[in-house]
Design a binder for this molecule. Structure first.
Ligand code: GLP
Length: 244
């Protein structure tokens, strides 16, 4: 779906998510959301916060699982995804503490495999993700599933691509300070989400949007796996759609 701009697009995505949260409330069920970081979902989170403050949208039945976190990463560091999520959404709405999950960047290396298994088990115990929000990296990564990630890949520690580190290096004041690894939800759990919404804005994303939607399904472009998902939408602005 192509919108005039990211503002109207983000509002439409927020409306869909708010409708889902409210539907689950009337059914007295939790709403299990997979959330993303990066610049693309910022407008979505701003609109959800506005809906909470002005329209009475409650997050008391919402349980969230974030896609990824740099490793190693302290939660209170300026670049941590924990901090990002708290500032932009979690601390601004009435989600219950304990109901949000963000991969832990402080684990010892030996503890990561068990932690990742447990992260997936928690999602499974809740019946899977009702909806997964995604951005897309310039190389087609989803979460931090970089080129080469398999369609059945699990939640795991990954090495970041050079291009991903370069894109992030501005936040870390230089490549030398940019993490080399991250923990990411695997492609398999993303593909198992009942609904997937991928958001992308701007001319800079136009080539990868074309490759992901019109190119072959290939692990060189992990977002192309979504062509095989039966309930996915790419919500993009005109600039990101310009090569389609
Ligand atoms: C990071 C995140 C991804 C995100 C991507 C794109 O790599 N781990 O989940 O989709 O950046 O970021 P942006 O939305 O800022 O373009």
């Amino acid at each position: 779906v192509v919108f005039e701009n990211s503002f109207t697009a983000s509002k439409a995505v927020a409306k869909e998510i708010a409708d889902l949260i409210r539907k689950k409330q009337t059914q007295e069920q939790p709403c299990i959301l997979g959330l993303a970081t990066g610049s693309s979902p910022k407008g979505l989170y701003a609109e959800l916060v506005r809906m909470h403050k002005e329209d009475g949208l409650s997050f008391k039945n919402v349980i969230t699982f974030n896609l990824d976190e740099y490793y190693p990463m302290q939660p209170d560091s300026v670049n941590s995804y924990v901090r990002f999520m708290k500032e932009l959404l979690l601390d601004q709405v009435d989600i219950l503490s304990g109901n949000y999950h963000i991969p832990d960047g402080t684990l010892s290396k030996e503890a990561i495999a068990d932690y990742c298994r447990d992260y997936e088990a928690k999602i499974e115990a809740l019946g899977g993700l009702d909806l997964q929000v995604l951005g897309i990296g310039g190389n087609g990564h989803i979460g931090f599933n970089e080129s080469g990630s398999l369609q059945n890949s699990k939640t795991r520690l990954v090495a970041l691509d050079h291009i991903t580190r370069v894109a992030a290096s501005g936040d870390f004041s230089g490549l030398i300070n940019t993490p080399r690894t991250a923990i990411t939800l695997g492609v398999k759990k993303i593909m198992e989400a009942k609904r997937v919404i991928l958001m992308a804005w701007g001319e800079g994303k136009s080539s990868i949007i074309k490759a992901s939607t019109e190119g072959p399904v290939t692990n060189q472009v992990p977002a192309s796996f979504l062509q095989e998902h039966n309930n996915v939408v790419f919500v993009i602005d005109k600039a990101a759609a310009s090569k389609l």
